[in-house]
Design a protein around this ligand. Sequence first.
Ligand SMILES: [Zn+2]
Length: 308
Amino acid sequence: MRNPWPLDHPSRVDRAAERRATTDLAACDAIVVRDGRVLVADGRVLELRPDAQPPAALRIYLGRDGDRDLVALVPEDPSFGMDPDGIGGDRMRGLRGLLAGFWDRGAEGEREHELATTAVAIATWHANHPRCALCGEATVPTEGGWVRRCERDERDHYPRTDPAMIVAITDPEDRLLLAHATPWSPRRFSHLAGYVEPGETLEQAVHREVAEEAGLTLSGLEYLGSQPWPFPASVMVAFRARTERPDALALDMDEISEARFVAREDLAELIASGEVILAPKGSVARRMLEDWYGGPLPERRPDASIDV
Ligand SMILES: [Zn+2]
């Protein structure tokens, strides 16, 4: 079994949890993060030395990289790095748009992926959880930014990660199910996916979501891999499975407006003509597609219509 996203090795940067509470965060090199964006230059995530850093609203300890400690820095100024004519071309860029650039750069790309993903995930958690969920008091960051503490009732609040599952489904002819979720932009197709609910296993979530959304029963469920997906706070857990009854396909039109089983030889033409737009490079969904396809997907023809 191939891992569709090769993140099964230990983290490239030691998260060094034991250093979170004791490290002087203002003395660390920093990745700048705000509103789901990170500061990049030429597609590379920048690590700013302390004397080059903007005033910080918050610093969060990311880990120990060799002999250096790294933090995520949330700038005080919400417009920091947003000027398209900014100094030296440095920009705040959305994480989704950066994923493809991490794709082919081996260990260095994986290192940037994990730093940027962690920075976005935890900075988003701080932004979305300013108050105690129990008493409403404003909470304060502690433990290097990995805890928010309510000083009124002395409770600690921790960052959350919500598991979501995604599954590549094939039929007896080894055709792949491609589905269009109702809220997506036109022509975008991918695998079925959904959130894991309290009290169920990941596997049960796969069976339930596929039955609800497409009316299919599955067999041969296999785990493929996972990918942090901080939009805003998930980890995507990827599976593949088979259905023996593709003719049972029955869509929940509130969720899925179109779905079909596609053969490999037909997919190339669907992509080339622009009729189908698939998940971008850098996503686990793309890896799952290429795992089934047997290699890199073909490109859209340059003259293919993209108007809808
Ligand atoms: Zn409280």
